[in-house]
Design a binder for this molecule. Structure first.
Ligand SMILES: Cc1cc2nc3c(=O)[nH]c(=O)nc-3n(C[C@H](O)[C@H](O)[C@H](O)COP(=O)(O)OP(=O)(O)OC[C@H]3O[C@@H](n4cnc5c(N)ncnc54)[C@H](O)[C@@H]3O)c2cc1C
Length: 388
């Protein structure tokens, strides 16, 4: 059993870190302050091959493993959580469903641009009345004259309303099952479809440089072949997509904890009170030590889950590992940002110090792609408990 990533993964980490340090870190505070989604930098991420890490070579991807994607998300997240989630959502929620469930025609039509970072895709599951309980969604798609006509609205959709957005995979009711429950399918809706509207971006607590919109679909007509995979399999497709996404969110949380650790270690050595660096005081040094423990434990759980995915492990084992990694890493990230802000004292409360931005950015990690409560539910069920 090895607890180290391969030499290739570590070399790859080095190249992503260099890019993140040079092209993202110097601008992260300004993008955050201005709520600016940096389209040109996203294109550069595409040129570096980050969006195509796990895509097959025939569509322009690198055909690489899931672990590499986690490494890239961790490294972007270490300097800027907004760019980390942009990559995570673009691949995990945008490309992944098309790559996994799409027809050959879907893949040839959409993947090359998405993989190259010339385009972004969104994942439209959540609605005002349906988040954790996605089965309660109300958006409808009806077949008329060889076209799906989609009506409804979606909420909190990442990468859905910027200059690069080309398509959104929309979960919609397409009928009723024989057991009386709604039949849910996934329809791919191009962003230039008449009736598809990305409403003004949200004013969020964090992830200011990430692109998040409510969507309105009014008689949005797309050809019948825009059905993704099998009719009626929409919910299963979205849930499978979220299992992978949870590990990727855990990697983003690891980047956040690592940033807190590095910033706090440095500050504890520089800041003096009572004539000595604060790191000489056990009260501070122990907090920094706790950050190291959180980083190590969260990273180990995350890459264990990624390794299970790469080894095509039994689905139940992977699902359990993904939920455990997401729960632990994201809750630790929230704790880590609180600890780091404390180490920085009053300066930690000032926006000119990155710990303040990480503090605001961390909270949503416990919410997106399944809340902490939903992770606990999945884990308890995995243990055989009949939890509702
Ligand atoms: C910035 C951001 C980006 C997002 N991006 C996307 C995206 O790209 N695509 C997309 O489809 N969605 C996206 N989401 C939506 C996100 O996945 C949902 O917000 C999340 O799943 C929770 O759903 P909800 O907000 O409706 O909360 P609710 O489901 O209403 O939950 C409210 C509270 O009740 C708790 N709760 C609910 N059910 C249970 C239960 N059975 N047991 C115990 N507790 C429970 C929850 O844990 C939570 O604490 C995004 C959200 C945010 C904030």
């Amino acid at each position: 059993m090895s607890f180290q990533l391969s030499r290739e993964h570590e070399e790859f980490r080095g190249s992503v870190r260099e890019f993140a340090q040079d092209r993202i870190a110097p601008h992260a505070a300004e993008w955050d302050k201005k709520h600016h989604f940096p389209v040109e930098t996203v294109r550069e991420m595409g040129e570096l091959g980050l969006f195509g890490l796990t895509a097959p070579e025939e569509y322009g991807g690198a055909g690489g493993d899931f672990t590499s994607l986690c490494v890239a998300i961790e490294e972007l997240g270490r300097v800027d959580q907004s760019m980390g989630i942009t990559l995570e959502a673009a691949v995990g929620l945008g490309i992944n469903p098309l790559q996994t469930f799409g027809s050959e025609e879907h893949k040839q039509r959409w993947l090359p641009d998405l993989v190259a970072g010339r385009a972004l895709a969104g994942f439209g599951l959540t609605e005002a009345g349906a988040g954790s309980d996605a089965s309660g969604l109300r958006t409808r798609a009806e077949l008329h004259d060889g076209h799906w006509v989609v009506n409804g609205s979606k909420q909190f959709i990442t990468n859905s309303g910027n200059d690069l957005t080309t398509v959104v995979s929309v979960a919609a009711r397409t009928g009723q099952r024989s057991d009386g429950r709604p039949e849910i399918s996934t329809i791919v809706v191009p962003a230039d479809t008449p009736g598809f509207v990305a409403e003004p971006a949200y004013d969020k607590l964090g992830w200011h440089a990430s692109d998040t919109h409510p969507l309105t679909l009014t008689d949005a007509r797309v050809p019948a072949d825009h059905l993704l995979g099998e009719r009626g399999r929409g919910l299963a497709q979205f849930l499978a997509t979220l299992d992978d996404g949870r590990v990727a969110i855990a990697a983003l949380a690891v980047g956040c904890i690592q940033a807190c650790l590095e910033l706090s270690t440095r500050y504890a050595g520089e800041r003096t009170t009572f004539s000595v660096p604060i790191g000489r005081k056990q009260g501070v040094a122990f907090q920094v030590a706790d950050l190291a423990v959180m980083a190590e434990a969260a990273r180990t759980l995350t890459y264990k889950a990624a390794a299970l995915k790469d080894a095509a492990a039994r689905h139940d084992d992977f699902k359990q590992a993904a939920a455990i990694a997401k729960l632990y890493a994201t809750e630790s990230a929230v704790t880590a940002t609180r600890v780091a802000t404390q180490v920085f004292g009053g300066y930690g409360f000032m926006e000119e110090y990155p710990v303040a931005r990480f503090y605001r950015d961390a909270k949503v990690l416990e919410i997106g792609e399944g809340t902490s409560e939903i992770q606990r539910m999945v884990i308890a069920r995995g243990l055989g408990l009949p939890v509702e």
